[in-house]
Design a protein around this ligand. Sequence first.
Ligand code: PRX
Length: 655
Amino acid sequence: MSDSHSKLYPPPPQIVAGAHVSGMAAYEKLCAEAQADYPGYWARLAREMVSWKQPFTKVLNDSNAPFFKWFEDGTLNASYNCLDRNVERGLGDKVAIIFETDDGKITRVTYRELLERTCRLANALKAQGVKKGDRVVIYMPMSVEGVVAMQACARIGATHSVVFGGFSAQSLRDRIQDAGAVMVLTADEQVRGGKQLPLKAIVDEALGMGGCETVRKVIVYRRTGGQVAFDAARDLWLHEVTQNQPTTCEPEWVEAEHPLFLLYTSGSTGKPKGVQHSTGGYLLHAALTTKWTFDLKDKDIFWCTADIGWVTGHTYIAYGPLALGGTELVFEGVPTFPDAGRFWRMIQDHKVTIFYTAPTAIRSLIKAAESNEAVHPKRYDLSSLRILGSVGEPINPAAWEWYHANVGGGRCPIVDTWWQTETGGHMITPLPGATPLVPGSCTLPFPGIDAAIVDETGQDVPHGQGGILVIKKPWPSMIRTIWGDPERFKKSYYPPELKGYYLAGDGASRDPQTGYFTITGRIDDVLNVSGHRMGTMEIESALVSCTELVAEAAVVGRPDETTGEAICAFVVLKRPRPTGEEAKKIANELRNWVAKEIGPIAKPKDIRFGDNLPKTRSGKIMRRLLRSIARGEPITQDTSTLENPAILDQLAQSN
Ligand code: PRX
């Protein structure tokens, strides 16, 4: 790591020229503006980036910290900002979305068409009784319809909550119930890697579990035409309900603080948190970061490979690029189908200029390219690319260098963007026309973001020393609360010992010379597997809910070459500890159980069986020891408080 850190990549002159933020002096000027007049800085940008119905006069209200309000007396509509505004500016015939299906079919949708489709669905939602403030769960595949669904909710002031299509019926049910959703938008099936996977059937199962009585209707997009059960009293086809709807729909002008969406994410405890975002502040940051971090211009073809089920798909597919009137590529499928050259072929075919993906994808495509020359990016014409991005987990310097050389041809800056579901948009990131890059570092805070590293008491730590990553001042796109649980919001993000700073949950350090940030990973019980956030407690709860088999379980993470982190579960069964083939069989059963409880992304990679778990005399599981065992490291920690030291050897040997 330290070797690569000495290597600096200055911004390429062809990117610096004409960049929205051009050169470090421009970056520093923006930081100084924010420093001199914090509310004034954000107010200026909010006026420039967002179209308001009723202009705001108040900027930041911090009278009830940490429940901050931004632009509270302003009104706006997010869908108006992403669609109508562009048509009014003369971009009606510009392509908003280029969509490519799993089997390579391409459709192009202009801003005018996107607006009309959004209005039709918005009218249909209203006709079904959906009102401002109602929650609508979206459980849809990557599709134009998925984006339209989000925009249509925004248009009528309904708060959407997108649930990733890989989550199980149980996870979907929990989210529907917690949000108190009145409607679910789904599809018959989704298509990934040549396979048709159910969605509607999972919605049926989720609603059948009980607890979702708030749901009145389910609207189904026909993606594959596969057979699905239909409840005549509850289910509606999307094409039927939108068919005769007008193509115009007056936007619902909402207050800036109106919840645009909830997005559930994992925390330290078992229950996922419904992160609540605002409309005004969120949209400002979505648009501003798309403009500055990706330097998005009129002629760019922007491609963010995330799924709309994650925050990246919200900010950098459904809102940011559209708010700027950009053209974006949206894809259905996986990076490795029909082969591991899919990304490179799509960049070539669609002349993508800005490409944003996750380190896990890069690492798996490196592996694929190393074993099969035909899917090596060098075999494709990637000369259209000008900027690359990375998100979701730390990118190791070796993967960074490969991405830079082989995908970017050595000429494209890589923006390594650190942020979270809770932050709404980029927080620490290079700006491509300004920031010299260091592989593995997300470099410096976005202008206006007051990021710092402190100790447990909130004291700044000197550069070069590791500590806790915090954001000292509130910012417009920050989480407003946890849906239905303001106390948990306060406890999770604003612990009293941190003096009113936002606790990100990550560890980090700053370079003594450059002040650049390097993220070292989560400091809580959250794992990052392939850029997906998973709570260890969530997986433990899923395992112990298999009451027939499991007596006790503890889950920890260990580093993994491809997925960043891997899930490692230590399990005590209600029967004698299995070995050999039997152990393999039960481990598989438990993996499938977890997939059913949470989703396939939560399947533990390793499952080890023990007669017991390492515990203190008071019965507390010593997870740090389990972490060492999972990593295959010798135990160097103090084990004197351990009640059953012999268990360590057993767990280290069982695999
Ligand atoms: O640990 C950090 C890691 O992902 C976490 C946030 O996950 P989530 O809310 O699912 O959002 C992912 C997409 C923004 C963070 O707490 N993380 C995200 N980006 C980076 C990162 N770690 C290192 N470098 C990054 N660029």
